[in-house]
Design a protein around this ligand. Structure first.
Ligand SMILES: [Zn+2]
Ligand SMILES: [Zn+2]
Length: 414
């Protein structure tokens, strides 16, 4: 059971975030006491209740990469143990990995559309998780396109082609199994049609309007909860109709035209279309939320410096519960409460091992290295490692798997 912050305190926190006071805490009654609730979430320290969903913003920014903010990515963790990633924008894996979740639980990815700021870090999850012990393939759900070449299946197939060298070398050295990606492509025109129904989680897709045919948003039902993840979209009728009566709604909200002209380097004639024709501005976001009246609304997809302007725009048209999402914001959602906190996680988190071991290399798989290149190995440096490797072999009982014995340069330590 996680600790709940009453909504009123959540609202206070939202106010605190407005002034960039991220580390708000309760009263500390003495100099040598445990501090009360710090309004933060330490990954791996809270077990979810069965009927609870934890949503973590692992990326909230723009396509133009920046060190301090990743692009679109929201991790949903369900009380039944399921974890699903909604969009995996460039830079977002650094935030996901800081949550120290074993890779075997990070295998399901839903992609709202194929802009790189929504799936650009698939390469990091795919290859990074493979090297860090993932025992199984990834599975990606995403929309079709106007033609097969504009769909998710084509994108992932060609992703694997582009990374063929990476695939072949890791498949040989580690195991080919975690390198496959299964794709479930569904019709982007489907309106509120179920695209996933497993373990009590139902996900439906609705069309979005953004740059071209293909983009969608997702409606997630779990127990009594209805949550919505909106990908990029301008205001659209499907969202207004099908996101109604939701407990928790994530929707993009773009900076003002002035922000994009002055702070994002866009020419003014692009700035006022980017924000407001193929995306959703603050006042438009607010209008949508006032219509669908969610229990809690989340705005994302702007640089932090733009958020004050976005919020002011939203408040012209919406006065309900609202979070202005920044990276590592986390919400616990139940039928009783929606709480907002910040994740506190280390910059240098390492992969955490799960209970399942990765399968061994495939026997008989042809090596992607020729005799010519392998023949260039310089023995003296390899043999200089022998003391360390002998100790490792002894500790883990690897004597009968000693790879050095096949090498012409091997000179065992006496
Ligand atoms: Zn986009
Ligand atoms: Zn985007």
């Amino acid at each position: 059971m996680s600790k709940f912050v009453p909504l009123s305190i959540g609202v206070a926190l939202i106010a605190a975030l407005t002034s960039n006071a991220y580390a708000a805490g309760g009263m500390v009654p003495g100099p040598n006491v445990v501090a009360p609730d710090r309004y933060v979430y330490y990954p791996g320290t809270e077990v979810l209740a069965k009927d609870e969903v934890r949503v973590i913003a692992c990326g909230t920014g723009m396509p133009d990469a920046r060190r301090g903010q990743a692009a679109a990515c929201f991790l949903f963790e369900f009380g039944n143990g399921e974890k699903i990633i909604f969009d995996l924008g460039s830079g977002s894996m650094r935030n996901i990995n800081a949550l120290m979740i074993p890779n075997e639980y990070l295998t399901k990815i839903f992609i709202s559309h194929l802009h790189t700021d929504h799936w650009g870090d698939l390469s990091s999850l795919w290859a990074g998780g493979w090297t860090a012990g993932r025992p199984v393939p990834l599975k990606v759900w995403g929309p079709s396109g106007m033609t097969p070449e504009m769909g998710t299946k084509y994108a992932v197939e060609h992703f694997l082609k582009a990374f063929n060298w990476d695939y072949q070398t890791r498949a040989f050295k580690i195991s080919p199994v975690p390198g496959s990606i299964d794709v479930v492509e569904f019709d982007y025109k489907a309106v509120n049609k179920v695209v996933y129904d497993e373990n009590g989680i139902k996900i439906s897709s609705i069309p979005a309007i953004h740059a071209g045919d293909g983009p969608v948003s997702f409606i997630i039902e779990y127990g009594d909860l209805k949550l919505v993840f909106g990908g990029d979209t301008s205001p659209n009728k499907w969202f207004v109709e099908h996101a109604k009566n939701s407990d928790f709604v994530i929707h993009e909200a773009f900076g003002t035209p002035e922000f994009f002209a002055q702070d994002y380097g866009q020419p003014p004639q692009l700035a006022w279309r980017a924000c407001c024709e193929f995306h959703t501005s603050g006042p438009a976001f607010g209008k949508i939320m006032s219509e669908i009246k969610p229990r809690h609304a989340v705005a994302y997809h702007s640089m932090e410096e733009a958020l004050a302007g976005v919020r002011a725009g939203i408040r012209e048209t919406y006065d309900g519960p609202l979070s202005m999402a920044v990276d590592n914001m986390v919400w616990n959602v139940t039928k009783e409460n929606v709480t907002e906190r910040m994740v506190v996680s280390p910059d240098r988190a390492s992969a955490v091992r799960g209970p399942t071991r990765q399968p061994p290399p495939e026997r008989g798989r042809p090596s992607p290295m020729s005799k010519f290149i392998a023949g260039g190995e310089w023995g003296p440096a390899f043999n200089a490692q022998n003391k360390m490797l002998d100790e490792h072999a002894k500790k883990y009982n690897l004597q009968d798997q000693d790879w050095r014995k096949q090498k012409p340069w091997y000179k065992p330590n006496k």
